[in-house]
Design a protein around this ligand. Structure first.
Ligand code: SAM
Length: 318
C-alpha cells in the first residue's frame, strides 16, 4: 500500500511503556571516511553485510505502514552509497518525512539530487570550526568540504539544516559560543549533543571527554527569548536573539535522563538489517534479513517489528 503525504496514520504501535513509535533511524552502510574517535556507529560494531536498495525500501515501507513515518537515513556515511539518491526517492512515497544525517563531506555534490528525490532536511555533523581541532576529532582534513555542504544544503532547501556538534571536554567546549554565532549567521539550527558512552568507546574515551551540558543548558535558559519543547525525547530548543537575528540551539542530553527515554519514539535498523530497539542495548536485536531472504511475506516482517517493539525498555530509568 502506498501512502500519500496526507494519509492519516492507519496503524501506530506502542511499546510496553506506552511510547508510540513514530520514527525510524535507518542505517544504510557502516562505511565512513572519517574516524571520529567517539563515534557510536549507531550502536553497531560488527556489521556483516549491507542491504540492497529493495531490502532497505521494503523495511522502510513496513515501518511507515505501522506509523513510523519519519525516516532518518544514517550510517556510517550514507553519501558513500552510490545508490543513496535512489534509496531516498523510493522511500519518499511511504513516509511523511525523509531526512538524513551526514558528515557533509559529499553533500555539495548530492544536495540538489537529494532535494529533487524528496529528501526534506539534513543534519550535518560538525564538531569544530577550527581546522586543527576538526582534524583531531575526525582524523580528516575536510572542514572546507563540510562548509560547502552546509552552503549547498541551505541553497537546495534541505531545511531546517541542523548542525550536530558532540561536545567534548577539553576539545571543543570553548567553541560553543562561536558555533552559536556561526548558526546565527548561516541560519541553521545548532544541536549540542552529549557524548554517549557506547561499548569500546566508553571504556577508552568517555571519562576523559564526556562533558555534562547542564551548565550550558542553564545559560541557554537564562538567555533565551523563547524555549520550545519538542516531543521527541522532550528535547528543548532555545531561541537566542541578538540585534534582531535569531540563533536556535537544541540540546540533546540523554545521559542519566529518564525523561529523554520516556519520550523516545524511535526504533533503529542496522546497516545489516537488524531492528535495534535502543542505541545503548545489543541484547534485543531482531534480524530482518533472514525473513526477507527466505521470501516471506509482509506479515512476517510486521510480526518481527512487533517483537522488536515489545522488547523496548527505557535505558535510563528514574
Ligand atoms: N556519518 C553521519 C554523520 O556524521 O552524521 C551519520 C552517522 S553518525 C554516527 C550520526 C550522529 O551521531 C552524528 O551527528 C554524530 O556526531 C553522532 N554521534 C556519534 N557518536 C556519538 C556519541 N558517542 N555520542 C553522541 N553522539 C554521537
Amino acid at each position: 500500500m502506498e501512502f500519500t503525504k496526507e494519509s492519516p496514520i492507519l496503524n501506530t504501535i506502542c511499546d510496553p511503556y506506552g511510547r508510540r513509535l513514530n520514527n525510524i533511524r535507518l542505517s544504510i552502510t557502516q562505511r565512513c571516511a572519517l574516524n571520529c574517535f567517539f563515534c557510536h556507529r549507531e550502536g553497531e560494531f560488527s556489521p556483516s553485510q549491507e542491504m540492497s536498495v529493495e531490502e532497505i525500501v521494503r523495511i522502510a515501507r513496513i515501518a511507515c505502514e505501522q506509523g513510523m513515518r519519519k525516516v532518518k537515513i544514517t550510517g556510517g556515511e550514507p553519501l558513500l552509497r552510490s545508490d543513496v539518491v535512489q534509496i531516498v526517492a523510493k522511500i519518499v512515497p511511504y513516509a511523511r518525512e525523509v531526512s538524513m544525517t551526514t558528515n557533509g563531506i559529499h553533500l555539495a555534490e548530492y544536495a540538489e539530487d537529494l532535494h529533487n528525490a524528496g529528501l526534506k532536511r539534513v543534519n550535518i555533523s560538525l564538531h569544530s570550526i577550527t581546522p586543527q581541532i576538526y582534524q583531531k576529532i575526525s582524523g580528516c582534513n575536510s572542514l572546507s568540504n563540510v562548509k560547502d555542504g552546509i552552503e549547498a544544503a541551505i541553497k537546495h532547501h534541505l531545511e531546517p539544516v541542523k548542525i550536530n556538534m558532540v561536545v567534548l571536554n577539553g576539545l571543543n567546549v570553548d567553541e560553543i559560543h562561536k558555533m552559536i554565532e556561526f548558526s546565527r549567521e548561516c541560519g541553521f539550527i545548532l544541536q549540542l549533543i552529549e557524548f554517549q558512552p557506547i561499548q569500546e568507546v566508553s571504556k577508552q574515551y568517555w571519562n576523559q571527554y564526556y562533558y555534562d551540558l547542564s551548565e550550558v543548558e542553564k545559560w541557554l535558559e537564562e538567555n533565551a527569548v523563547k524555549i520550545h519543547k519538542r516531543s521527541m525525547h522532550s528535547r528543548k530548543q532555545y531561541h537566542l536573539e541578538q540585534n534582531g537575528k535569531l540563533a536556535i540551539v537544541e540540546v540533546v542530553k540523554p545521559i542519566h535522563n529518564s525523561v529523554f527515554c520516556q519520550n523516545c519514539t524511535r526504533i533503529r535498523v542496522t546497516s545489516d538489517g537488524k531492528l535495534k530497539p535502543c542505541l545503548l542495548k545489543n541484547d534485543n536485536l531482531v534480524d530482518l534479513l533472514p525473513i526477507i531472504r527466505a521470501g516471506e511475506d509482509d506479515e512476517a516482517l510486521r510480526e518481527a517489528f512487533k517483537l522488536a517493539i515489545s522488547l523496548r525498555a527505557p535505558y535510563w530509568k528514574e
